[in-house]
Design a protein around this ligand. Structure first.
Ligand code: 4NP
Length: 146
């Protein structure tokens, strides 16, 4: 299974989602490939936001080696599922879809809820971690029916 996590900057939420999903997949014995990308290019080549790195570290998840990259149309070909954090990510990615098949790969990570952008609020990194952790757990349950 190949999974891509997407947010706006690829420095706060989707790096957490990548790290948490890798961690949970490994804990469940699943050989999944998980990556993340952003729809905005401001931070390409940088590591994750230190506040995300710290929140992850506090939960035993290491995201420090990740490098920010931009979403590309060929990601629709490579990945089986593309999970986005909020509705603007959803419309940005759907705008780039070339087919119904591309569109069907794209879903909100939390199903019918959004993961809010914590960039301008230091207090939101821990709650965002918890939201993403719950979302990843539900996705593993759904995709593996365990
Ligand atoms: P993210 O948060 O989408 O969760 O990575 C943001 C990071 C950076 C910016 C916006 C959102 N920015 O405008 O630089």
């Amino acid at each position: 299974m190949k999974i891509l996590m997407v947010c706006l900057g690829n420095i706060c939420r989707s790096p957490l989602a990548e790290g948490i999903m890798q961690h949970q997949a490994a804990a469940n014995g699943l050989n999944w490939e998980v990556d993340s990308a952003g729809t905005g290019n401001w931070h390409v080549g940088e590591g994750p936001d230190k506040r995300s790195t710290r929140a992850a570290h506090n939960h035993g998840v290491d995201i420090s080696k990740q490098v920010c990259r931009l979403f590309k149309v060929s990601d629709f070909d490579y990945f089986d599922h593309i999970f986005v954090m909020d509705k603007s990510n959803l419309s940005d990615i759907l705008d780039m879809a070339r087919s119904e098949q591309d569109m069907q790969k794209v879903k909100l990570l939390l199903g019918d809820k959004v993961v809010p952008d914590p960039y301008y609020d230091d207090t939101q990194f821990e709650p965002v971690f918890m939201l993403i952790e719950g979302g990843c757990k539900d996705i593993i349950r759904e995709l593996t029916s365990v």
